[in-house]
Design a protein around this ligand. Structure first.
Ligand code: NI
Length: 134
């Protein structure tokens, strides 16, 4: 098995809070990410596909195709968006790095061959990142 990866980037705003919690509890749990006027992150993304090498092409997956899938299904959906307000998947779902990674995985999974595995690594900051692989 070989893993191939493509890096991408998007900028988005979010706010982490629960409307059913008090301001004090939201501040205690979510800190600066509970800013009522939202704030932005430069998200870095690594999308990886693992599988057998195709004997005809020598590819696990054509990275041009993966680049196009990320552009169509991730960048166009999330880049320069307010995740809370503009992206339907986050209606009632806190746009944490964890949940964003799961949303991205769910968007891409239908477009990746079933015999291959898909992994999403999402960096919210250079030092904070999450991994989801289904
Ligand atoms: Ni934040």
């Amino acid at each position: 098995m070989v893993k191939v990866s493509r890096k991408a980037n998007f900028n988005a705003a979010h706010r982490l809070y629960r409307p059913d919690w008090s301001d004090e509890k939201n501040d205690a749990v979510f800190g600066k990410c509970n800013n009522p006027n939202y704030h932005g992150h430069n998200y870095d993304l690594v999308v990886s596909v693992t599988g057998e090498i195709d004997q005809q092409t020598g590819f696990v997956m054509d990275l041009k195709v993966l680049k196009g899938l990320i552009k169509e299904h991730v960048e166009e959906a999330l880049d320069h968006k307010n995740l809370n307000k503009d992206v339907p998947e986050f209606e009632g779902l806190n746009p944490t790095a964890e949940n964003i990674a799961v949303v991205i995985w769910n968007k891409l999974r239908p477009h990746i061959e079933k015999t291959k595995t898909l992994e999403i690594v999402l960096y919210e900051t250079p030092r904070n990142f999450v991994t989801y692989s289904g």
